[in-house]
Design a protein around this ligand. Structure first.
Ligand code: ADP
Length: 402
């Protein structure tokens, strides 16, 4: 089965065509500046070379058409007929309390995704636009929605509630949802495979550390807690996001800087975190350069990040009553050895100790703990597209079998 994976943003659309028989990525690419002018970057598996072109993309439907055209292209394409695409898997950010798993897209599902727009006003509308564009261009090819929030729906109520009046949960569904679910799910399953143990017997802490970062406590294969909350601003300080702060700061800043609550939240989303503290950059590589040049605020930003990761790991060990493995993934987790080192330092008493030699590698799946450590520390590159394609294949095959 060949599955086209679509991740649609407001002016961009990422895609991958995956052959599920071999798990090989046949082609991948990116449409940018949709609704402005339009740019396509595409790479097929026949060549290392990338195809780049300016193609008019007034709407997302035009972007999907451009994707299909290039997939069918004689020189750059990888298929000879659109019918070779057996199914489409869409990334959808917010599934609210409606979806605890991926789902075949129907009109009813689209209505439920629409109902979640107030919870993710920046993400769900472009995700829906991507779905509708595919329906328009590709007709009745089966499509599946895979939600960032679904994996965390297994959290117990004591973990997902905020201690505000209960009526706000009832009225507005204000609660912790958590995000990066596809990534947490993927790396936890990979970890079980690496450890050669059934996931049902494992207590895992997965650290998805990238531009956006979140940590999940996964007990027996089920997410029981996670650091992102009602929105992706909660939890760790990130590239440009503050992470959790005392909520009174919002009112204080609004009053003293003469801003609306929305303007303060915008600062907490876009000008805070590593960028806000360092004044240098949101990118951890830039922070390292600045730290090497003696920039104390860049060093402070990273120290704050590492300490926050450590605190959450500690709290999840307490919450689950132990841990078998800690997993690092995403841009920072896979690549930044100093983050991994600092996070895991001084945790020997919990059975956690990294091997400095093994920790030197980056971007590859490996166990980086010292041989005798009780808790395994694993680096596992994430692959959200593969999870989306796998869920799509599973659901479409189940539906066809009915
Ligand atoms: P997202 O998907 O949230 O946009 P990624 O998971 O791609 O983010 O992570 C991007 C971040 O990973 C970059 O901002 C950068 O800080 C970090 N990163 C990538 N490569 C390296 C590296 N070699 N060393 C340190 N940090 C890196």
């Amino acid at each position: 089965m060949k599955v086209l994976v679509i991740n649609a943003g407001s002016s961009s659309l990422k895609y991958q065509l995956i052959d599920m028989d071999t798990k090989a990525v046949m082609a991948k690419g990116l449409c940018e500046r949709i609704g402005i002018d339009g740019k396509l970057t595409h790479q097929g598996n026949k060549t290392e070379e990338k195809y780049k072109a300016d193609i008019a993309m007034p709407t997302h439907s035009d972007a999907i058409k451009a994707v299909i055209d290039i997939l069918l292209d004689k020189e750059w394409g990888v298929i000879s007929d659109m019918s070779e695409i057996d199914a489409v898997g869409h990334r959808v950010v917010h599934g609210g309390e409606y979806f605890a798993d991926s789902v075949i897209i129907t009109d009813k599902v689209i209505k439920a995704i629409e109902a979640c727009i107030p919870l993710a006003p920046l993400h769900n509308p472009p995700n829906l636009t991507g779905i509708n564009a595919c329906r328009e261009v590709m007709g009745d090819v089966p499509m599946v929605a895979v939600f960032d929030t679904a994996f965390h729906q297994s959290m117990p109520q004591k973990s997902y509630m905020y201690a505000v009046p209960y009526e706000y949960y009832q009225k507005y569904k204000i609660r912790r949802y958590g995000f990066h679910g596809t990534s947490h799910k993927y790396v936890s399953q990979q970890a079980a495979e690496m450890l050669g143990r059934p996931i049902e017997s494992l207590k895992l802490i997965t650290c998805h550390l990238g531009n956006g970062s979140s940590i999940a406590a996964i007990d027996g294969g089920r997410s029981v807690d996670t650091s992102m909350g009602f929105t992706p601003i909660d939890g760790l300080p990130m590239g440009t996001r503050s992470g959790n702060i005392d909520p009174s700061i919002i009112e204080f800043l609004a009053e003293h800087e003469n801003m609306s609550a929305a303007e303060v939240i915008n600062i907490l989303n876009k000008k805070s975190g590593m960028l806000g503290i360092s004044g240098v950059s949101s990118d951890f590589r830039d922070l390292d350069v600045a730290i090497n040049e003696g920039n104390n605020r860049a060093a402070l930003a990273k120290d704050m990040f590492n300490t926050s990761v450590k605190k959450i790991i500690g709290s999840y060990i307490a919450e689950m009553g132990g841990v078998d493995a800690i997993i690092f993934t995403a841009g920072v987790g896979e690549n930044d050895r100093s983050v991994r080192w600092d996070v895991c330092e001084h945790m020997e008493y919990l059975g956690i100790k990294i091997d400095p030699e093994k920790n030197k590698y980056r971007g590859r799946q490996m166990d980086i703990s010292i041989d005798y450590a009780r808790v395994r520390v694993l680096v596992i590159p994430t692959n959200e597209e593969l999870v989306i394609a796998q869920d799509t294949e599973r659901l479409v095959k189940e539906a066809q079998a009915k």
